[in-house]
Each structure stands twice: as structure tokens, then as C-alpha cells.
Design a protein. Structure first.
Length: 124
């Protein structure tokens, strides 16, 4: 088995948020196994959802980032299963622990976008 070490740090000043914001979280996920989808990129067009990651037979950890778009206002709608669950703008990312049997699809709005993605299966 492999180990993933996700981490996120969120900061902001009191002038921006009323109170200073300093949040840092990390984890060590030791239950990572095959199958895995290595980090890749796809050009996502407008008009219809395109599959990023096919349905997985196991619980998984999924990473998605909108790398670029044709215009600064472009965004990607991400479907988890059949549900439109995320609206991601250029530069935004997500790291999600997902149930088994859920495919991930994306559709660009405004103009085509480049999306980076990866998925790692969990043993339980």
C-alpha cells in the first residue's frame, strides 16, 4: 500500500476577514492501493460533460484542479455521479474522499478549460 499526505493552509488578514485567519490541516492516508489514475490533464470543451475519471470499484481520493481557461471568467462544472456538485473557477482545486462507483465528469462554461486530475483508491 501507498501513503498520501494531503495538506492545506488557508490564511487571511484581519482587514480582509474581520479576524486574522490561519488554518492548517494535514493528514497521512495510509490506506491507498490500486487502481490509481496518475496525474493527468484534459482539455474540457463547452456543450456537454466529458468523463475525467471512470467509475471506481473502491472508495477513492480524487484531486481536481482547473489549470486554465480561454477567458478569465470561464469555469468548470464537475459532476460526481450524475449530480452537478462543484463549480470550479480557474486556479481552484478540490481534494475529495469519494464513495465507490462514482464517475467524475466535467463541462466547461464560457470557453474551453484545461483540468488536471488524479484518483487513488482506498482499501476501505
Amino acid at each position: 500500500m501507498a501513503t498520501l499526505k494531503p495538506a492545506i493552509t488557508i490564511t487571511g488578514t484581519a482587514a480582509e476577514f474581520g479576524d486574522a485567519l490561519a488554518l492548517s490541516v494535514s493528514s497521512s492516508l495510509t490506506n491507498v492501493t490500486q487502481p490509481m489514475t496518475g496525474v493527468g490533464q484534459a482539455s474540457i470543451a463547452t456543450g456537454s460533460a466529458q468523463t475525467l475519471i471512470a467509475s471506481n470499484s473502491k472508495q477513492s481520493y480524487t484531486y481536481i484542479k482547473v489549470v486554465s481557461g480561454a477567458n478569465a471568467t470561464d469555469f468548470v462544472q464537475v459532476k460526481i455521479g450524475t449530480v452537478a456538485a462543484l463549480k470550479m473557477r480557474i486556479g481552484e482545486f478540490a481534494f475529495l474522499p469519494l464513495y465507490a462507483s462514482l464517475a467524475i465528469a466535467a463541462e466547461a462554461y464560457g470557453g474551453a478549460c484545461v483540468v488536471e486530475f488524479a484518483q487513488w483508491s482506498a482499501t476501505s
